[in-house]
Design a protein around this ligand. Sequence first.
Ligand code: NAD
Length: 496
Amino acid sequence: MAKTFKNFIGGKWTEPLTGRYFQNRNPADTNDLIGRFPDSGAADVAAAVRSAQAGFEQWSRTPAPLRGEVLRRVGDLLVARKDEIADAMTREMGKVLAETRGDVQEGIDTAYYAATEGRRLFGRTVPSELRRKWAMTVRRPIGVCGLITPFNFPMAIPTWKAFPALLCGNSVVLKPSEDVPHTAHLLVEILLEAGVPPNVIQLVHGGEAAGKALVEHPGVPAISFTGSTVTGSAIGQVCGRMHKRLSLEMGGKNAIIVMDDADLDLAVDGVLWGAFGTTGQRCTATSRLIVHRKVHDKLVSRLVAAAGKLVLGDGRGARTQVGPLIHAAAREKVEYYLDPAVLQGAEVACGGSRPRGARTANGYFYRPTVVVGVKPGSRLATEEIFGPVLSVIRVGSYEHAAKVNNEVKYGLSSSIYTSDVNLAFRAMDDLQNGITYVNAPTIGAEAHLPFGGVKQTGNGHREGGWEVFDFYSETKVCYVDYSGVLQRAQLDTYDV
Ligand code: NAD
């Protein structure tokens, strides 16, 4: 019998007050039931926030270097349990083991980065314009942070949010994706084992109802969300009305540009990894290939040949290169975009159907698909599909390629393959994205650099690196006047 999991609220594992549960099944084999997880509601969220408010009182007073020590132990425990977690993650999310190990590794890197930040968390000391007056900034924690995460990086994204939030002295209510709750359960087990005080971390499982309740709770002053642009916009409206601090990381429609002077062997490998890694379900996945007409046919024929050979199956299989989509609706969305009415004259060069055979019969598999003749501005060229579909757009110049890259509403990641160093630098200037790669695909973010997108991908904040610590702390300015007289800034004259 499959296990029934609980929320972690008020310092203990608790059943949902709704009394309802949802099933978590393996997307590679829907007969495989992983467990039943709480389908929580507003009352569960309210209990979690009450507990997190108590936790904040204690944790915000714990010195930052000690908070960092706890996160270092979290990193050590993730190292020790890396393979076990990766296996569980592949079972519930579907991507291949090498990728789920990478997902855990990103959590490890984030933990160790946050641990060292405990001994920095710098403020600034700034000269005052007045004599015998001291001016400085310090970082203060904010309070209870509500974290809402998507399905595609079940460990990395919760850690990107939770670790800096905790390091800065906040308490956390985590509402993970209902598609990957088991990985979040394992993460919270590890946080507790490492010494995060029980009231400081709360885990509330569930879907939209639980997420909405967290966003709307007046006791949660900061929300960090990663997911679709539609959901992020709805959250943005609530947070704007309630004056909440909000970080949004949302959809993408990322492109690789391949110029006529590119190393095509390198480009083929990069496009395949960018487009079909994680079954195209990365926010940074390569969804468009913008290719110079002089190398178009050569590149497409090599891509089609290679894509057709990719091995589909359970991500835990030794030979598997591409796992399933996350659920039936995700596969139906892919199929919708490949309907002739939506293709608008573009042509499916490979893939375009579900695979046949017993190995993939019980999962949400779809063959890696390359579509050629896609027109800039068409739906296939501009909308996020979030599956193994690569849209190829032919261009005649770098200027045209940059224009096509930029004419979508998203702005997460971009890439250019070229051997012309001047063009590479022009692309770094011209491409309207938060991330640009040169001679590498659109995926491959590193934990110690800021991560995020422009336009409708984000709202100006960054995860990762040093910038994320700004989001999870308030800057407080302190002035100390030790002159013993009243000094009035801007009013008193300054004698040199
Ligand atoms: P989603 O928007 O469907 O769900 C994300 C989370 O929001 C889930 O936990 C869900 O339960 C919750 N949610 C749903 N409705 C809500 C509401 N009204 N209020 C509060 N919470 C709510 O996204 P998904 O399908 O899990 O993930 C795929 C999307 O995430 C893609 O669009 C992808 O581009 C995006 N993504 C972006 C980044 C990035 O960094 N830019 C990274 C990964 C994924």
